[in-house]
Design a protein around this ligand. Structure first.
Ligand SMILES: *[C@@H]1O[C@H](CO)[C@@H](O)[C@H](O)[C@H]1NC(C)=O
Ligand SMILES: *[C@@H]1O[C@H](CO)[C@@H](O)[C@H](O)[C@H]1NC(C)=O
Ligand SMILES: *[C@@H]1O[C@H](CO)[C@@H](O)[C@H](O)[C@H]1NC(C)=O
Ligand SMILES: *[C@@H]1O[C@H](CO)[C@@H](O)[C@H](O)[C@H]1NC(C)=O
Ligand SMILES: *[C@@H]1O[C@H](CO)[C@@H](O)[C@H](O)[C@H]1NC(C)=O
Ligand SMILES: *[C@@H]1O[C@H](CO)[C@@H](O)[C@H](O)[C@H]1NC(C)=O
Ligand SMILES: *[C@@H]1O[C@H](CO)[C@@H](O)[C@H](O)[C@H]1NC(C)=O
Ligand SMILES: *[C@@H]1O[C@H](CO)[C@@H](O)[C@H](O)[C@H]1NC(C)=O
Ligand SMILES: *[C@@H]1O[C@H](CO)[C@@H](O)[C@H](O)[C@H]1NC(C)=O
Ligand SMILES: *[C@@H]1O[C@H](CO)[C@@H](O)[C@H](O)[C@H]1NC(C)=O
Length: 396
């Protein structure tokens, strides 16, 4: 539909399309770089073409925000590059804002039956942002791609480089699959690639993330509130903080659910399998249920296996106000490799039986230099063939 663009504007944009088989139909449109901001022609093509091809060798320069929500049957065939121009004064105030944890993004992509694939690259031009953030810790740095209210969406065979902040955010989606994605954030200055999570999932159901390689500086995948039926499989996460549930239960009056998660095949993470939930007064509540970490290989990982149900809470406050995020039916199965210290597994629950059905099986973790591994637990009854490694848990 042309409703969001005047016809004359759209016709002038057509000059940019190398071939447009049938404008009113759902055909393939090939984009070429305009020399200026390519956001308008990309938006027009997405609204009017079944397939939008960005050919190999073409770099679209995105200098204004992309609201590509409410699409239907759209395929973006990205063979070339989409570059997000790091015009920090523009993006400050113009990037799309998500109130949850004050996130912003360059690109909202949503609707039904969407595919983004083609072997090309999304370039977040993060260096300018890493350097600016080092001097301004309140700078809001955009997420490259936010799938927003998307159903039946596939993102596959794409490279994503140098995101200013998170690479991907999955917001209020249903049935989404990411596969064969290579993510990499590298800083060429002394300034860190802060908060470059691979994926954050929020209020979404049935999300699969598989067969991908991640080099980043924060969580590889993080399950934020109301992430259900999630499969994470065959990821190689290097330099990251691992696969995290939460932190949950941060906000008073809000109930957070993380349910039916299966995460498997991880390598080279900084934390491995981690679940974190707030305790203390004036925080929220929720449930983490049926989460399985399976076939986890860790190498030089600071904390391979973690439950922290007193997250950012003092021991005294956790005793007085145990977490109201209940943790149930969690499996750590076949976790092996090396920690960076002798403390290889820490399962710390709040007092007052807030964790149940915590299973540990086939854990084979060693400290550095063959130091004897330390398995530690608190306020929890463990089951499974590795429970004896933990001995008797301390209680508060
Ligand atoms: C992208 O477009 C903006 C706005 O037209 C321009 O200022 C900038 O130089 C362009 N960047 C590149 C790499 O072409
Ligand atoms: C994006 O576009 C849709 C459809 O035109 C509109 O309803 C929505 O308000 C826009 N979203 C933002 C954040 O501007
Ligand atoms: C820091 O970033 C914030 C948020 O983007 C902005 O409002 C503020 O002006 C920036 N401060 C400086 C000193 O640039
Ligand atoms: C889920 O999405 C995939 C990919 O778009 C699609 O093939 C499949 O039919 C969808 N499943 C359902 C139940 O709609
Ligand atoms: C991702 O990297 C792997 C090797 O690490 C390579 O085989 C694959 O083709 C890459 N995929 C993309 C989309 O760049
Ligand atoms: C859930 O996701 C899987 C994998 O993409 C898909 O095959 C299935 O159809 C989805 N189910 C629903 C109910 O959307
Ligand atoms: C893993 O990350 C480190 C930096 O954290 C880097 O030096 C190394 O090359 C990365 N390894 C791979 C296989 O990408
Ligand atoms: C999560 O889902 C539950 C049940 O539908 C709802 O009550 C709660 O408000 C949701 N929480 C968030 C953070 O969306
Ligand atoms: C637990 O989660 C797994 C993985 O998502 C799923 O296959 C299984 O059906 C769930 N079990 C229950 C009882 O819901
Ligand atoms: C544990 O791992 C070590 C070193 O990787 C290996 O030699 C040993 O056989 C493993 N033990 C078990 C019980 O799997």
């Amino acid at each position: 539909m042309l409703s969001r663009f005047s016809l004359s504007k759209f016709v002038s944009l057509l000059a940019c399309f190398a071939t447009v088989a049938n404008v009113s139909g759902r055909d393939t449109c090939r984009l070429t770089a305009s020399g200026g901001d390519d956001a308008p022609q990309f938006l027009a093509a997405a609204a009017n073409c079944g397939t939008v091809t960005i050919p190999e060798g073409t770099t679209l320069n995105i200098s204004t925000r992309l609201n590509m929500t409410g699409m239907s049957n759209l395929k973006i065939d990205l063979e070339g590059t989409i570059f997000f121009n790091p015009d920090i004064p523009y993006w400050t105030g113009n990037a799309f804002f998500l109130p949850f944890q004050n996130q912003v993004t360059f690109w909202l992509l949503g609707g039904n039956n969407i595919e983004l694939s083609g072997g090309g690259t999304l370039d977040g031009a993060g260096q300018a942002w890493y350097d600016a953030f080092a001097h301004n810790s309140t700078l809001l740095r955009p997420i490259i791609l936010m799938l927003n209210e998307a159903t039946n969406a596939v993102v596959e065979n794409i490279r994503m480089i140098n995101s200013p902040e998170y690479f991907n955010f999955v917001n209020e989606c249903e049935n989404v699959t990411y596969s064969n994605i290579n993510l990499s954030a590298v800083s060429t200055s002394d300034n860190f690639i802060a908060n470059t999570d691979g994926w954050d999932i929020y209020r979404s159901n049935n999300v699969t993330i598989k067969d991908s390689v991640i080099n980043n500086g924060d969580d590889c995948v993080s399950f934020k509130p109301n992430s259900t039926n999630i499969l994470v499989s065959n990821l190689n996460c290097n330099g990251s903080h691992g696969i995290s549930v939460g932190s949950l239960g941060e906000f008073e009056g809000v109930f957070d659910i993380v349910q039916n998660v299966l995460a498997m095949h991880m390598a080279n993470a900084e934390n491995g399998a981690r679940i974190k939930a707030f305790a203390g007064s004036g925080v929220g509540s929720g449930i983490v249920q049926n989460v399985t970490y399976q076939n986890f290989f860790v190498s030089n990982v600071d904390s391979p296996v973690v439950i922290d149900q007193c997250y950012e809470t003092t021991t005294a406050a956790c005793e007085e106000f145990p977490s109201n995020v209940i943790i149930q039916d969690v499996f750590f199965n076949n976790v092996f490799g090396t920690g960076s210290s002798s403390s290889v597994a820490t399962l710390d629950c709040s007092p007052d039986a807030r964790c149940s059905g915590i299973n540990v099986n086939n854990l084979n973790l060693t400290g550095p230099n063959k130091e004897a591994p330390v398995y530690e637990c608190q306020n929890v009854k463990l089951t499974g063939n590795a429970a004896s490694l933990f001995g008797t848990c301390t209680t508060d």
